[in-house]
Design a protein around this ligand. Structure first.
Ligand code: AHR
Length: 557
């Protein structure tokens, strides 16, 4: 997989068709409820505070993410706030969007931030990193191909402010010197009246510093971000992060470009390289970024980046489970890299930042041709996303930040937008349901549920029955549970281990069709349903529908 993705990232001219694939919608026959599961909530076993930032997002100047997605322009007929799509920021506020990463992705390492400041009508047009995508071939000078730089630093920071989120910038390490990075920090953070760049910022209408805390030092530096070895990158990282002025801020948080999936060597060799100059170097790293996409649905037939991908809309139950199996690898990637990091960082200063994750399907289901890497989002993606967020919740001491790739019109998007239309996808609903965990104290939840059995290419295969995560805030327990079974509802006894439930609420996202998805024509095909539920006592019961994501909130006596 590593080699396949490396190949992809060093060669952008990959094949992408733009034909829409007609989907089939077989309905599932729901089986009888199985009452054989038990969930123990160990309220006294606290795992740590769930960082709200693990519910973060990723926006890259790629396809329809920025132009059409976020930025519609001030003169647009689409309702906007200073050029930014209004319905998008309103929807982001509802899910308590904590942090947004930009401008890439691979785009970041070819982006000159200076092109995106100053009067918009004076900004240069530049070739986008992704300009060679086949779908742009016959499209003329679309903004996705020749970036008009209308959406730059000021606009991104405003977008974050409107959404109630922190900005997280990815600096260009591959094609700009460190000085440009320092100047970008200076432009964003130097106090009003202090530097020429602060004056430039003020002239654009932003006298007060942006106080940007999170700075990624390159992106995927093992691939599109410079093709470095981990040792080379460690040297670059030290150089870029030494003596960066903090201005008025207590700290800047630097995120190092980390491994691709299970590349343990990268993690070890990078930290080893960093330590060549002594243990102090570890202090400069706030987080190590981990990228992991669930893309190979070939059931072990190939490791080829193109051939291994599945279809976003057309899939059988075996493909449903295959995506979940791929997604489930996230947990061992987190624990594996965490273990490797501990070999060098005994004080555990450095945390994981999973700033690109989600399913990645073959092309063909994007809503419009300019949405490169756009894909339709079904119930399968919602279940896989919920599973991933549960994994992050279960490791609060390890994962401090994450970003779902990507926010809008691209990959595992929460939104699909075009012109004046915007819809929320099932993944959006998962983020809305899971927002209840943000800032809560994660507590251990033990799931005891028989595994699902199914056929995988003529061989018996299995996948876990129920899993989820639990957190506590004051006297409210939040429990999120995924039932991955395509046809079997499952009832569980939830044992509060001595605590008593007084009241509660329940919401579930599911559908009788595992392919269900929202479209411009039917934007609410899939949305969470609340359910009457009155839990009481120290052991309560709940039935988790087949193919579902559930949020239970229990008020404890
Ligand atoms: O999200 C799309 C691309 O995937 C990003 O640009 C890159 O960082 C990753 O390989």
């Amino acid at each position: 997989m590593t080699l396949g993705r490396r190949k992809f990232l060093s060669n952008t001219a990959f094949g992408l068709g733009s034909t829409l694939v007609a989907a089939r919608y077989p309905l599932l026959a729901a089986g009888p409820v199985r009452s054989d599961a038990r969930i123990e909530i160990l309220l006294n076993e606290e795992l740590g505070t769930i960082s709200p930032n693990i519910y973060g997002h990723f926006t890259e100047n790629l396809g329809g993410v920025v132009y059409d997605g976020i930025w519609v322009g001030e003169d647009s007929k689409v309702a906007n706030v200073n050029g930014i799509r209004k319905s998008l920021v309103e929807a982001l506020q509802k899910i308590k969007s904590p942090v947004i990463r930009w401008p890439g992705g691979c785009f970041a390492d070819s982006y000159d931030w200076k092109d995106g400041i100053g009067p918009r009508d004076k900004r240069p047009r530049r070739t986008n990193f992704w300009a060679l995508m086949p779908e742009y071939r016959d499209l003329g000078n679309v903004p996705q191909k020749y970036d008009p730089n209308q959406f730059g630093t000021n606009e991104f920071v405003q977008f974050c402010k409107l959404a109630g989120s922190q900005p997280y910038f990815a600096a260009n390490l591959r094609s700009l010197p460190a000085e440009d990075f320092y100047r970008w920090v200076e432009y964003c953070n130097s106090p009003a009246g202090s530097t020429t760049l602060a004056d430039t910022r003020a002239a654009a209408g932003y006298a007060q510093p942006f106080d940007v805390r999170y700075w990624g030092i390159g992106n995927e530096s093992w691939g599109c971000g410079g093709n470095f070895t981990p040792a080379e990158y460690a040297t670059e990282f030290r150089r870029f992060t030494t003596w960066v002025p903090k201005f008025g801020m207590k700290d800047l948080s630097f995120i190092a470009s980390g491994p691709n999936g299970g590349d343990w060597d990268w993690t070890r060799a990078f930290l080893q390289g960093l330590l060549q100059k002594g243990p102090e170097a570890l202090r400069s790293v706030y987080g190590l970024s981990l990228h992991y996409y669930s893309w190979n649905l070939s059931r072990g037939r190939t490791e080829d980046w193109d051939a291994g991908k599945g279809d976003a809309l057309q899939f059988e139950p075996v493909d449903w489970y295959e995506l979940l199996r791929e997604g489930d690898r996230m947990e061992s990637l987190i624990t594996g890299h965490w273990q490797a990091m501990g070999e060098f960082d005994s004080e555990r200063r450095i945390k994981l930042v999973v700033d690109e994750w989600g399913p990645w399907y073959k092309p063909g289901t994007q809503s419009i041709p300019t949405d490169a890497l756009g894909q339709m989002i079904t119930l399968r993606d919602a279940v896989m996303s919920a599973m991933t967020l549960d994994i992050f919740n279960r490791h609060p001491e390890k994962v401090t930040m994450a970003a779902c790739a990507q926010l809008i019109n691209c990959l595992n998007s929460l939104f699909i937008a075009h012109g004046d239309r915007l819809i929320t996808t099932p993944v959006y609903h998962v983020f809305q349901m899971y927002a209840a965990h943000q800032g809560g104290t994660a507590v251990r939840a033990e799931f005891d549920s028989p595994a699902i059995s199914y056929q995988r290419d003529g061989k018996a295969a299995s996948f876990w029955g129920l899993k989820g995560s639990a957190s506590l805030r004051d006297k409210t327990l939040t429990l999120t549970v995924v039932n991955p079974d395509v046809s079997q509802p499952r009832e569980a006894t939830i044992d509060l281990m001595g605590a008593e439930a007084r009241s509660g609420s329940a919401a579930t996202l599911t559908h009788s069709d595992i392919h269900a998805h929202n479209t411009f024509e039917n934007p609410d095909a899939l949305r969470p349903q609340t359910k009457e539920w009155s839990p009481s006592g120290s052991a309560v019961r709940y039935t988790f529908p087949a193919a579902s994501v559930t949020l239970l909130q229990i008020n404890l006596a």
